[in-house]
Design a protein around this ligand. Structure first.
Ligand SMILES: *[C@@H]1O[C@H](CO)[C@@H](O)[C@H](O)[C@H]1NC(C)=O
Ligand SMILES: *[C@@H]1O[C@H](CO)[C@@H](O)[C@H](O)[C@H]1NC(C)=O
Ligand SMILES: *[C@@H]1O[C@H](CO)[C@@H](O)[C@H](O)[C@H]1NC(C)=O
Ligand SMILES: *[C@@H]1O[C@H](CO)[C@@H](O)[C@H](O)[C@H]1NC(C)=O
Ligand SMILES: [Cu+2]
Length: 388
């Protein structure tokens, strides 16, 4: 080897190093923000920092439960989560069968409560706190009613440009089920702006994995797939209308709106809660926020139906990540960002929301009702969890 050869090699490896190092450093930008959030949470718990919440509920660093990314669970842990979700679908409902004839099991309770409150919990002051408590109620039901030892996993959107190859949707025994069976269908007109999105390779019933042929009983309310879904016998969608869960998982949104850089921008740019929640729920021809983009990625019936989207079990992985993103944003500056609320009480008007507004989850939680201010800190009120 000549000297010039080896110096050329050295130069090439240095070049490679300069190219690679920034990629390695920035690839985990959101995880870095998450680490800062976690450190601030430890300070809240040991009293060296205050977020305005009363941390006297017995939540300590030792008692914290930690939510993890689905792909970071072991196969055995994923199997336990899947088994718990299947279990909750076999438990009896706690709702009145005469008032809610379409509710057939405990899982349906979650779908029904979301359906009933849809227009007062999206684009509103309580959007984040409502869905935080709702996701916690589900995790709590899995743990207390189905003996689940784990926590509610999240779907880190930025990690999987091609979702059908992810551990969440790859159709394996430890996934949330694969795509819908392929049926010929046109693209989808999505969201408030009716943006046309190309059709994916699904559209039919989930055909692989543990939720193959899963049944949804409620709705539809706002059919979001270009095929005919039989109407619910009741106009409020609460009648019994069993049909298979359909999906059309695509990479349209993951490649444009759900990248790590999109999540990072969402966490670092907005400085008020109103700006943060609006950015997250953006749904226009120009842009989709991560909330809309995640739902539209799963699509189908009920996943793409605004009212009954929790009827697709992937909902809770998406909303755990919504909650994690809020948690990271809050805990960059807990003093300013936890005890705060913005926006109104209804999607179509309503007065200004306040921290004292009540949220009612009915049979989903012990007690049923709490105020927004009890639901803003993940280590106060009913909560004692963080994210890893
Ligand atoms: C409180 O927690 C922070 C973050 O973990 C730590 O740096 C600090 O030393 C702790 N302070 C006390 C008094 O325990
Ligand atoms: C998830 O696992 C990957 C690979 O093992 C690791 O690099 C990463 O830090 C983990 N992420 C989190 C948030 O724990
Ligand atoms: C939960 O943990 C206990 C004790 O470690 C174990 O016996 C039990 O099988 C676990 N349950 C589930 C559903 O994994
Ligand atoms: C799924 O549903 C279809 C249509 O009802 C049926 O033909 C098929 O046998 C079902 N598969 C399973 C595994 O239940
Ligand atoms: Cu919702």
């Amino acid at each position: 080897m000549t000297l010039s050869d080896s110096s050329r090699r050295l130069f090439a490896s240095l070049l490679l190093l300069f190219v690679l190092v920034p990629i390695l450093v920035t690839a985990d930008a959101v995880d870095d923000l998450s680490e800062k959030a976690l450190n601030n949470v430890y300070k809240l718990l040991n009293g060296t920092l205050s977020d305005g919440a009363t941390h006297n509920t017995g939540c300590t660093k030792e008692k914290l439960i930690v939510r993890r990314e689905y792909g970071n669970l072991t196969l055995a842990e994923r199997a336990q989560y899947v088994a718990a979700v299947q279990c909750i679908m076999t438990k009896p409902s706690k709702m009145s069968a005469s008032q809610f004839p379409g509710v057939k099991n405990r899982y349906d309770d979650f779908v029904a409560i979301h359906l009933q409150q849809t227009l007062n919990i999206h684009g509103t002051a309580n959007f984040l706190s409502w869905h935080r408590w709702f996701t916690w109620a589900y995790e709590n039901a899995l743990r207390t009613e189905c003996g689940y030892n784990g926590t509610q996993p999240y779907w880190n959107w930025g990690k999987y440009p091609d979702l059908l190859k992810s551990p969440i949707f790859d159709g394996s025994d430890t996934s949330m089920g694969g795509n819908g069976e392929y049926i010929a269908h046109k693209g989808h007109a999505v969201g408030m702006a009716n943006v046309m999105v190309p059709a994916g390779n699904g559209g039919g019933c989930i055909s692989t994995g543990p939720f193959k042929n899963m049944t949804v009983n409620l709705g539809p309310m706002s059919v979001a797939v270009e095929i005919t879904i039989k109407a619910n016998p009741r106009s409020d969608g609460l009648g019994y209308n069993p049909r298979c869960v359909r999906r059309d998982v695509t990479d349209y949104f993951t490649k444009s709106y759900l990248r790590t850089q999109d999540i990072q921008a969402l966490i670092t740019n907005p400085t008020t809660i109103k700006a943060f929640q609006d950015e997250m729920q953006t749904d226009t021809t120009a842009k989709f926020g991560v909330h809309s983009a995640g739902h539209f990625t799963i699509w189908g019936d009920p996943g793409g139906d605004f009212y009954i989207s929790p009827g697709d079990p992937a909902f809770f992985l998406h909303h755990s990540q919504i909650d994690r993103t809020w948690w990271i944003w809050q805990n960059q500056d807990p003093k300013a960002r936890v005890m705060t609320v913005g926006g109104s009480t209804s999607m179509f008007g309503g007065g200004a929301g306040t921290l004292n507004d009540k949220i009612d989850l009915g049979v989903l939680v012990p007690g049923g009702t709490l105020a927004i201010k009890d639901l803003v800190s993940t280590t106060a009120g009913p909560f004692c969890y963080t994210y890893q």
